[in-house]
Design a protein around this ligand. Sequence first.
Ligand code: ATP
Ligand code: MG
Length: 644
Amino acid sequence: MANETHPQSATPGAAYARFHQRSLTDRDAFWSEQAALIDWHTPPTQVCDYSNPPFARWFVGGTTNLCHNAVDRHLATRGDQAALIFVSTETNQERTYTYSQLHAEVQRMAATLQSLGVVKGDRVLLYMPMIPEAAFAMLACVRIGALHSVVFGGFASVSLASRIDDAQPTVIVSADAGSRSGKVLPYKPLLDEAILLAAHKPAKVLMVDRGLATFTRVAGRDEDYATWREQHAGTTVPCEWVESTHPSYTLYTSGTTGKPKGVQRDTGGYAVALAASMRHIFCGNPGETYFSTSDIGWVVGHSYIIYAPLLTGMATLMYEGLPTRPDAAIWWSLVEKYKVTVMFSAPTAVRVLKKSDPAALSRHDLSTLRALFLAGEPLDEPTAQWISQSLGRPIIDNYWQTETGWPILTICNGVEPAPSKFGSPGKAVYGYDVKLFDENTGEELHGAGQKGVVAIEGPLPPGCMQTVWRDDARFVNTYWKSIPGRMVYSTFDWGIRDEDGYYFILGRTDDVINVAGHRLGTREIEESLSSHAAVAEVAVVGVADALKGQVAMAFVVLRDASRAEKPEDALKLEGEMMKVVDEQLGAVARPARVRFVAALPKTRSGKLLRRAIQAVCEGRDAGDLTTIEDPSALYQIRDLLAPR
Ligand code: ATP
Ligand code: MG
């Protein structure tokens, strides 16, 4: 198949262009080839049903099972090979599960869920730290046709309660505690409070006791996993063959721009999309080790800690701990020890490493590692340069969303190797008909260098969201009706495309600043400011201004905070930074003020909460803050702006 679909060509980029083109013009044939990457119990009768746009149904008539494809199908060929490598620098545990062991554990968990009354179509909410039982529970759910709904373990009761009410789970699986930087974070009191707050009450709570924190049990409701696991030693639980379109899970977006949206994913399309992405984008092979530093509470954790590596027959490394503890070399020591070939992280994590010990990389043998993929937020050039020079390996930016489940823009090196361009995640990925539109007129922008909203022409490819959980109207109204006169999927990100087809993400549509009629992406200004050597991190927001409509305000975290301690030093630095923007983008983009702060407010997934900063700057209420990591960062900005 490789030679038919990846023809070699003398013109760089031509082979990929044909591959991408074919995925759109010969869509069904293209995806039916990709569908062969997974096992089907009954083969599909129709590749894509788009008779009711924007709802796409992929691989209609086919039946399959995600857990079968992630675990059972590998037993014959690699039962004794590593499937899940668990490393915790919080509890100093390290354990490898082979595919056979994973199979046994998943069945014990599945049998337990069945004993507690879970049946096909039920939701099981997971509120768990990064421990193997979380992976077992996710796989156990899809094994029996139940939907998992993982809620990031760092969320507190109010956020958790709203997700319990949305998912209405039969059972909640949780643990006594998580741990961060050696500090035990009890989960059970938060969970108990959330259940009290929620209108929906789960029938059962299944507790994994790690022995980190004592907790009280609610009689008749709370169950002990260790007891059930003993009882189900050797129990076999067959995979439930479900329709390709049967939902596999629900998962919430990060809540960067407002109230999180519950994304509903299918089964067959997701399995095919992930298996294909491992081949064409991540280039991971069976028997190798994949290391994604994300958390299972996020989409990257779902797709690239759990499903894609296992679907491929790889070992996946699940890491509980900080990137900087015991020291900033911990990730690289794991890469060396487990011969990691593909790694996936986020720019925010790389910036942390750069700040703490830039030399940590050189102490380890990273020769097995082929590439580091980064996603989640814009990758600024200094960070990209630093990590690529330190690693000596390609850094591959990839742009996508919780909604899509896998990359929209990147470099598909598995199809045809191509160079990266700094500041660009790459080209439109096969299957995605990416377009740019003028958000006011709805006009499609064809020319290179024109700025517009990044949108996707339907149908969304396999693996993308089916709908908003229990809210088809919200799916249609939120995503498909924002561009005048068009029924296209809006990403709500703003971008440009160059003459070679590379996209550059300029920021979220909400983050576009209009200074005296000039439209500027906050990202462009941030990128420019971060080229100043003193800058560790920066956030730019647009603030209402009587004269100019809006002005840019910049908040900077310095690499060395002492540089702005004295007011005269801060003023001097501010001037230098404004000059950088003047030189690179022009005076129109120059921030009205550059202020120095100790930290920037972020979501728990590490994304800048620009809307909250902007609201505070404009003296408004900061809005939904349930996903904020550290409110004090926002308070510092508020205090800084308060009139003295
Ligand atoms: P919400 O939708 O709830 O406001 P969110 O958009 O942050 O939250 P996610 O799905 O986690 O939720 O993040 C997707 C967004 O992250 C993208 O729309 C984009 O703004 C940003 N993003 C992801 N990857 C990249 C990247 N490689 N470069 C630039 N931006 C990126
Ligand atoms: Mg979003």
